[in-house]
Design a binder for this molecule. Structure first.
Ligand SMILES: Cc1cc2nc3c(=O)[nH]c(=O)nc-3n(C[C@H](O)[C@H](O)[C@H](O)COP(=O)(O)OP(=O)(O)OC[C@H]3O[C@@H](n4cnc5c(N)ncnc54)[C@H](O)[C@@H]3O)c2cc1C
Length: 416
């Protein structure tokens, strides 16, 4: 059985590892546009600050050899032809497959005038990260403007600030990481970010990157132009689906997948940032571009390729921020018909409920019990009986004397 995997990010490499774990003889071909061994994007900031390689190359720099896989780096898939079970590479080569995994992840999405000007940085790949860090280390960048205040923009801002750069972050919305945090939890994050020396300018829409051929400034909606040594776009991500145009594979923003992460083409699966999977809580289909979903989906895809019928439980909206100096966890929704808050100094815990069931939480400073909230949320327990205790840091299975709460929280289930 020959499996071709497009992408060696968390989704692709997890699919490869899972196949190898169950099948010593499977033929594995890993394709990546990048020159690197599989790496973990969330570990890039740590790598550039500390020089450590292990968290970055999280599967080892010899991952492909260890898995007995053929790894082609620096190659781009330009076409997929499901009828022929074939992919085409930019150098014209064609590769046949028995099964194909689309794990091509996502790229920067920056629908702003001027984005094609030379010199605009991003932080979406190791190459891109190296480019800006090298310029900082060479002394060419002492100030930077980052457009976008999602978690990627914030991570880069903190890294650059730690490297001695004067950083300004511009956010269209009035608070940081608006897709992940409510305004109150974001305020905790903002205080930590500002303490690290980053200037945040929030509620400030950007109208364009400006310059002749090379970027020379960022223009705000009020006409002001901000100047710096470096400009970064961190405005969002978009699935890498360009190479699927002629394939006939169904997609909208991302690739359509069913509950086994099969696309609508025979023997073609999709996992990670490229896949538009159902949300575990709401069933709504969208791209959940976070690391744990990519890993879980890579595993589900591999199991189904191996013939182990496995249903994906659905993607989760979940994240944890470790770079701020204050831990923050976000799980599920940020609204409900009831909300409980607990605050102590800088620590803030918020739990949202609908019909007495937890639908989401945001924990800052005191993150104990996050896993327990998630478990209760996934199980859909009515938790009204616990009242305000629910939001206190001491809340947990022991504190509330619940019968051993051991909900099944795995991201997939094996269909016997
Ligand atoms: C700076 C940064 C920080 C992050 N921090 C967090 C975090 O704290 N928590 C969290 O949950 N998530 C975080 N994420 C998001 C997380 O890294 C992604 O969700 C995850 O990497 C997605 O994995 P993936 O395998 O789907 O795709 P990717 O990691 O994007 O990998 C895609 C792979 O596909 C290859 N590829 C693409 N197109 C082609 C093609 N045409 N031909 C061949 N190969 C191709 C690429 O070269 C690459 O190997 C962060 C991301 C970034 C950039």
């Amino acid at each position: 059985m020959k499996t071709v995997i497009i992408g060696t990010g968390p989704a692709g490499i997890t699919a490869a590892e899972t196949i190898r774990r169950h099948d010593a003889d499977a033929e594995l071909v890993l394709l990546t546009t990048e020159p690197w061994a599989p790496y973990s994007p969330p570990a890039m900031a740590d790598h550039f600050l500390t020089g450590r390689r292990e968290p970055l190359f999280w599967k080892g720099e010899d991952a492909a050899q260890r898995l007995g896989a053929t790894e082609l780096r620096g190659v781009r898939v330009t076409d997929v032809t499901p009828a022929a079970h074939e992919v085409t590479l930019s150098d014209g080569r064609r590769l046949g497959y028995d099964s194909l995994v689309l794990a091509s992840g996502s790229r920067l999405h920056a629908p702003l005038p001027g984005i094609d000007l030379t010199g605009i940085h991003d932080f979406k790949s190791l190459d891109a990260a190296e480019r800006i860090v090298e310029q900082v280390r060479a002394g060419d960048v002492r100030s930077a403007v980052i457009v976008g205040c999602g978690f990627i923009g914030v991570e880069l801002a903190l890294l650059l600030a730690d490297l001695g750069v004067r950083v300004t972050v511009l956010g269209r919305r009035g608070w940081v990481m608006p897709r992940m945090l409510d305004p109150d939890t974001a305020a905790v994050a903002e205080a930590a970010i500002r303490e690290r020396g980053v200037e945040l300018r929030l509620g400030v829409p950007v109208s364009a990157f400006v310059g002749d051929a090379t970027v020379e400034g960022v223009e705000l909606a009020d006409g002001t132009v901000l100047r710096a040594d470096a400009y970064v776009a961190a405005t969002g991500v978009k699935p890498h689906v360009e190479y699927l145009g002629a394939s006939g594979i169904g997609m909208d923003w991302g690739v359509h997948v069913d509950d086994r992460l099969r696309t609508d083409a025979p023997d073609v699966y999709a996992a990670g940032d490229v896949a538009e999977a159902a949300d575990r809580m709401t069933g709504e289909r969208f791209v959940h571009a976070i690391f744990p979903n990519a890993v879980a989906q890579g595993e589900v895809v591999a199991r189904n390729i191996l013939g182990i019928d496995t249903v994906y439980a659905g993607a989760e909206s979940m994240n944890s921020l470790k770079h701020l100096g204050i831990p923050i966890v976000s799980i599920g929704a940020m609204s409900g018909d009831d909300v409980l808050r607990w605050q102590h100094g800088r620590a803030l815990r918020t739990v949202w409920l609908t019909d007495g069931r937890i639908v989401g939480c945001r924990l800052a400073g005191e993150i104990a019990g996050a896993g327990f909230y998630r478990a209760l949320m996934l199980r859909g327990d009515d938790v009204r009986q616990h009242g305000r205790r629910l939001v206190e840091p001491s809340f947990g299975p022991a504190a509330v004397a619940l019968p051993a709460v051991l909900p099944r929280t795995s991201s997939w289930s094996h269909v016997a």
